[in-house]
Ligand binder design. Structure first.
Ligand code: PMV
Length: 334
């Protein structure tokens, strides 16, 4: 039996928030309660192929060789449903996704993963959508994924449907040096963690009140290329987000003693005159922002911290994109 299928492959980079998103204004629509601003990073990549296939009775989503089930598979299928509806396509899809970094460990794998999925599936379905439209679709699966549609510095405003570009990857030669500490699947996913924080933490309201001011400070510092100002606001945004989680009942603690050892090392670097600032997400890894000319010194300092398994150096990258020139290619298979 032979049949037609439509396929496309996309590449998306992850992004790390400089002003953090934590909390939802609408759970159903997955709209953020606070504004966030991120940096898209080359070196944390998802490469995803989507093939819509008339012969498939259901969607199959394979990540790093393993077929997904449960909530992760449902989120991918919901995104595919949105694409199918826009394209008037009834076929199910096979999705093959690969990440070149540890998944589900606070390294924003959902950001690059869903950004690559939305671009590949729209390409495979023959839809020509704008980056803003693709960002809005990705946001429904993961708000941080909305930001990976764009390169460089990217904002996602509170209650907003799609992310928007702030400055290109070339705007500022920064490096994000990522210290992998105790890699392993995270205990609590970000959606669950946000809902738990909002429901039980007396510090959640204070976080939501402070986030817009921190966003504005980060935004201005990015435009002015002022690393000291950016670093201070980024660290405060990070620690206020984690403080809101720590005040939840029971506490949501993503940071480990090794994470704190890396933070101490960053303070030490600053004492020695090296401008470096930390940020952490829903996991134990610590990402350190510095300028290109000091990335090597920061790398060496982080490698030396006990408990650090691996250090990756990432630089600003481009937005999610198709890798195949002819996205609406059709092929015959047997
Ligand atoms: O969009 P999600 O569900 O992957 O949430 C991301 C939340 C943080 O990574 C902790 C912060 C952020 O702004 O990326």
């Amino acid at each position: 039996m032979s049949h037609l299928h439509y396929r496309a492959t996309a590449l998306a980079h992850s992004n790390i928030a400089l002003a953090k998103y934590w909390g939802k204004a609408s759970v159903e629509q997955n709209l953020p309660a606070v504004p966030s601003l991120s940096l898209t990073l080359e070196g944390l990549n998802s490469r995803t192929t989507v093939a819509f296939d008339a012969a498939l009775p259901e969607d199959h989503v394979v990540l790093d060789g393993l077929e997904l089930s449960g909530r992760a598979a449902q989120r991918a299928s919901a995104l595919l449903d949105a694409i199918r509806q826009l394209a008037g396509l009834g076929w199910h899809a096979r999705v093959d996704a690969e990440n070149d970094f540890p998944t589900a460990a606070g390294l924003a794998s959902s950001a690059s993963g869903f950004a690559a999925l939305v671009v590949a599936s729209a390409g495979a379905a023959g839809l020509a959508l704008s980056a803003g439209q693709l960002s809005a679709l990705a946001r429904q699966a993961s708000a941080s994924a909305a930001r990976s549609l764009f390169g460089g510095f990217v904002a996602l405003r509170a209650g907003s449907d799609a992310a928007e570009p702030v400055a290109s990857a070339e705007h500022w030669s920064l490096s994000m040096v990522v210290a992998i500490v105790g890699a392993g699947p995270k205990a609590t996913g970000s959606t669950e963690g946000m809902l738990h924080t909002a429901a039980t933490s007396p510090y959640y309201a204070a976080w939501v009140d402070s986030a817009p001011g921190l966003f504005d400070a980060v935004h201005a510092a990015v435009l002015n290329r002022d690393l000291a100002a950016l670093g201070q606001s980024m660290e405060q945004s990070t620690l206020m987000m984690h403080a809101s989680m720590l005040a939840a009942r029971p506490a949501l603690a993503y940071l480990t003693p090794s994470s704190w050892a890396v933070i101490e090392q960053v303070y030490r670097l600053r004492k020695f005159g090296i401008e470096a600032y930390f940020t952490m997400d829903a996991g134990s890894h610590v990402k350190v922002l510095t300028e290109r000319h000091t990335e090597q010194k920061v790398l060496e300092a982080l490698v030396a911290v006990p408990g650090v398994d691996r250090v990756l150096v990432c630089r600003p990258g481009r937005g999610a994109r198709l890798l195949e020139p002819d996205p609406h290619e059709s092929a015959r298979t047997g």
